[in-house]
Write a protein that binds this ligand. Structure first.
Ligand SMILES: Nc1ncnc2c1ncn2[C@@H]1O[C@H](COP(=O)(O)OP(=O)(O)OP(=O)(O)O)[C@@H](O)[C@H]1O
Ligand SMILES: [Mg+2]
Length: 341
């Protein structure tokens, strides 16, 4: 069954996971995942994009069989993760960030040997696999050094190697570039897309709250907010489907706010950023050219214009439009509800 390419690599149906917090009257229930449904087809690089506290990690932990959902079903290559946990765990490689999932007192090589044993890999087969992964990630020269001496980027490489030890078909990568410097971030993103997805054909569920990352890597993205999947589409479809199509950016000398454009018709929203003596006005309009001349006139009446640019909306704009929440926001406490027995 698992060899059949028409069988989804991952299927989540109406998954609910609640956490209970506090006691007595203060008892609260948090619906961390609130009826999530999504399907990943073999070979897909799929993004789960949402702000802090949206429920991304909780859903990933349910899929990885580390948490038991309160409702719903999860299938990996057609097998139920709870009825067939052993099979499913063999198919899944999990990378979580920010947690101490590796032993910092051990070297990279010894860490990988330890985790290989958990997958039943031993002897020559194990050593071959470990050397291959160390080489692939450019870790061979430092492989005998203790992880405590590694930078966070290097540790993340070891975590990736760990997730790939048993050559799983489905990779769950939870915020794989969180907290990394730009150079490591770029390496990890390139590695995920080019090596893991394109070359090795892995199916990948990647969670992130960096919209650029989802935009760059993923063919389809599920927006998640307050435990609910808001929509699932390609980045292009999201951008096409919001009513405002363009963002006009006007840079001008001095400090101003949106009031400057009061009276200009056809503007949906204006925000202003001030930096180094220059204000950038971000003007959302259905079509930039329809407001352009009036905008220029209004700004020129007050100050000098330094530049004008028209941009397509970003995924951030789409997310704000659909949920009213910025991707940078922390929504952890927002979807708590009073618990009633
Ligand atoms: N073990 C737990 N006990 C109680 N509440 C929890 C637990 N784990 C998560 N939560 C709560 O569930 C909600 C979803 O958290 P989760 O970590 O899944 O979000 P996330 O999208 O991964 O956020 P982040 O971007 O911060 O990683 C939050 O309100 C969080 O506080
Ligand atoms: Mg998380």
């Amino acid at each position: 069954m698992s060899g059949d390419s028409t069988v989804p690599a991952l299927e989540c149906r109406d998954v609910v996971k609640q956490f209970r917090r506090g006691r007595g009257f203060k008892k609260k229930v948090i619906r961390a995942v609130d009826g999530a449904t999504l399907t990943l087809y073999p070979g897909e690089l799929f993004g789960l994009l949402g702000p802090n506290g949206a429920g991304k990690t909780t859903l990933v932990r349910c899929i990885a069989t580390l948490l038991i959902p309160d409702a719903g079903t999860i299938r990996v290559l057609g097998h139920d993760v709870f009825k067939d946990a052993l099979f499913c765990r063999q198919q899944i490689g999990l990378l979580t960030s920010g947690e101490r999932t590796l032993y910092w007192k051990l070297s990279a090589r010894d860490n990988l040997k330890f985790f290989a044993a958990l997958y039943g890999l031993t002897g020559k087969e194990r050593d071959k696999r470990i050397e291959y992964l160390l080489g692939l990630l450019g870790l061979q020269e430092v492989a005998n050094e203790r992880l405590e001496r590694y930078s966070s980027g290097m540790k993340q490489k070891v975590s990736l190697a760990r997730a790939m030890l048993h050559d799983p078909k489905l990779l769950l990568l939870d915020e794989p570039t969180l907290g990394l410097d730009p150079q490591f971030g770029r390496f990890i993103r390139g590695f995920i897309k080019e090596e893991l997805n394109k070359k090795q054909g892995k199916t990948i569920l990647l969670t992130t709250h960096y919209m650029d990352e989802a935009d760059e890597l993923c063919a389809r993205i599920a927006f998640i907010n307050q435990g609910r999947i808001v929509d699932i589409k390609s980045p292009e479809e999201y951008k096409r489907d919001i009513p405002h199509k363009e963002i006009l950016k006007v840079r001008c000398l001095g400090q101003f706010d949106g009031e400057l454009l009061k009276g200009v018709s056809g503007i949906e929203r204006v925000s202003a950023e001030f930096n180094d003596g220059v204000t950038t006005l971000n003007i959302v309009a259905e079509r930039a050219e329809m407001v352009l001349s009036e905008v220029i006139e209004a700004v020129r009446a007050r100050t000098r214009i330094l530049g004008v640019d028209v941009q397509e909306p970003t995924l951030e704009d789409v997310f704000i439009y659909m949920t009213g929440t910025s991707l940078g926001a922390d929504t952890k406490e927002e979807h708590e509800t009073q618990y009633q027995d």
